[in-house]
Design a protein. Structure first.
Length: 501
């Protein structure tokens, strides 16, 4: 039987086409166990959907309890009758199969909708003007396409009911933005075309190491495959698009490390679309670091770290599903002496606004009382979240006060200011985990990750098990210490490149 194109297939394809290939044809025995954070996302999604449906105060046709085959028949019957709202229907046309959470009558036809336990748009959580999420759009477009093919469509305006209780309409024919004139319907058509080729095996895909691999059940299989290929995406920040563009000229890390890249360079550009000469040099340098036994990290220019008596290494933990910042952790060190280190944490026992505010206010008082001090953090996240908390609780601190702390010369974003701009490392990425492991640091927890800690926090909220809280705090403390390890290592780096011990 020919494999249908489904909404979840398109959802995955948008972030990684290889995921679709693997789900269709990969050896199930090679799958990693489902990540506990992914399981949490599924569970939360199901609970949220149930809550939304239970709270509906309008009549609707509920097909949730029926078998797949029954759902299809009953959905058609309900639409032919003109039922106002259909929950958990199943629709099909040609090779397309869709299970929209909702089908709502509009005029003489239907529009499809999904219930999502996240924000309906990209960036909407941060108070910015949101942009449509492509992975939501391709799902909604598939339902709309089926409705058009079966003669039930009321237009290309499906919707999402999101976690904030908003209805977000996806105008599929509208351009995505002022600069990007491509409509979401075109994005869908492209994704659908590729999905069909993958199903027919007329197009092959390759894995590409990227952030989303961390939560993917094919991660181990893909990493093994990438290592065998010596794939270019093993180079930090190179990515799938550049790898594919470079493929004509350079096929793997070793070749790049040994190539005379000058032959590809024309002034500031190269013959490779999307890769400038500066980037090509940088990627070659990273390829050499990966391929040289005993290669050492180095600075590309001198770095002056603050030399204050007191240092704070600062890391926060947030739960994006509840939109709450539940922990502000600091490791405090005096005079560069690790023996003086102490961990200070401000923790919200419950994910409420009151407790979030208290943890933020206490952390802010602690930072003010610690001045003068150097503050280290890793990537813009801490700054973004403190800015957001200031906006949510303006009486805790003024906008200018928070900005002043993060803009101070003594406050250092180790990732943005130093690792990314001013240094090179013989590693596959520049996450704090990867760099601290490289430097010999190990976390006490056997499964340390931000995603895992969110799952722990959910269990803590449900059970109030002190062991879980201890695990969260230890993990956060180790993240802070990892920053101290990195900071001290950076201080010891030479200006390079310095390839061999
Ligand atoms: S591990 Fe990465 S490359 Fe492999 S299928 Fe998953 S997302 Fe794609």
């Amino acid at each position: 039987m020919k494999k249908e194109i489904t909404a979840s297939m398109l959802y995955n394809l948008v972030s990684c086409p290889h995921r679709v290939t693997m789900d269709l044809f990969g050896d199930p025995a090679k799958k990693d166990p489902i990540n506990s954070f992914v399981q949490l996302l599924w569970d939360r999604g199901n609970i949220f959907e149930r809550e939304v449906i239970e709270s509906l105060d309008i009549p609707f046709t509920n097909l949730h309890a029926y078998s797949e085959r029954e759902k299809e028949r009953l959905t058609m019957e309900a639409m032919e009758r003109g039922d106002t709202l259909i929950y958990a229907g199943r629709i099909r046309a040609d090779d397309l199969l869709g299970e929209p959470d909702l089908l709502r009558r509009q005029g003489n036809g239907y529009v499809a909708g999904d219930i999502k336990s996240g924000a309906g748009e990209e960036g909407a959580n941060d108070g910015e003007n949101g942009r449509p999420k492509k992975h939501y759009a391709v799902q909604l477009a598939l339902y709309t396409d089926i409705l058009e093919k079966t003669g039930f469509s009321a237009g290309r305006v499906p919707f999402v009911w999101d976690v904030h209780g908003d209805e977000v309409v996806y105008d599929l024919d509208a351009p995505q933005g002022v600069r990007n004139r491509v409509s979401l319907w075109s994005v869908y058509q492209t994704a659908l075309g590729l999905a069909r080729k993958l199903v027919e095996k007329s197009e092959k895909t390759k894995p590409a190491l990227a952030g989303q691999c961390k939560l993917c059940h094919w991660r181990s299989a893909c990493v093994k495959h990438l290592e065998k290929l010596d794939d270019l995406t093993l180079i930090p920040e190179l990515g799938r698009a550049r790898r594919d563009a470079m493929w004509l000229y350079i096929k793997n890390v070793k070749t790049l490390s040994e190539s005379n890249i000058e032959e590809f360079i024309q002034g500031k550009k190269t013959v490779i679309p999307g890769v400038g000469s500066g980037k090509l040099h940088q990627f070659q340098e990273r390829a050499r670091l990966l391929k040289t036994r005993g290669a050492r990290p180095y600075l590309k220019e001198a770095v002056a770290l603050p030399s204050l008596e007191k240092e704070l290494f600062f890391d926060i933990e947030t739960d994006p599903m509840r939109d709450v910042c539940y922990l502000h952790g600091f490791v405090e060190r005096m005079g560069g002496d690790n023996g003086t280190e102490r961990y200070v944490a401000f923790y919200a026992d419950n994910p409420t606004l009151e407790e979030e505010e208290k943890a933020f206010a206490d952390a802010w008082e602690y930072v003010k009382a610690s001045m003068p001090c150097a503050i280290y953090y890793y990537s813009h996240y801490e700054r973004t979240i403190w800015g957001k908390l200031q906006g949510r609780y303006p009486h805790v601190a003024e906008e200018g006060e928070i900005a002043e702390v993060f803009n101070a010369a003594e406050t250092v974003d180790l990732y943005t200011d130093i690792v990314r701009k001013k240094s090179e490392w013989p590693t596959r990425d520049h996450s704090i985990k990867t760099l601290a492991y490289y430097l010999g640091f190990t976390w006490r927890d056997k499964d340390p990750s931000g995603a895992a800690s969110i799952e722990w926090y959910h269990r803590w909220v449900e059970t109030k098990d002190e062991e879980i809280k201890k695990r969260i705090l230890e993990y956060n403390e180790d993240d802070c210490i990892a920053m101290r390890v990195l900071r001290d290592a950076i201080e010891q780096l030479n200006i390079g490149p310095e390839l061999v011990f």
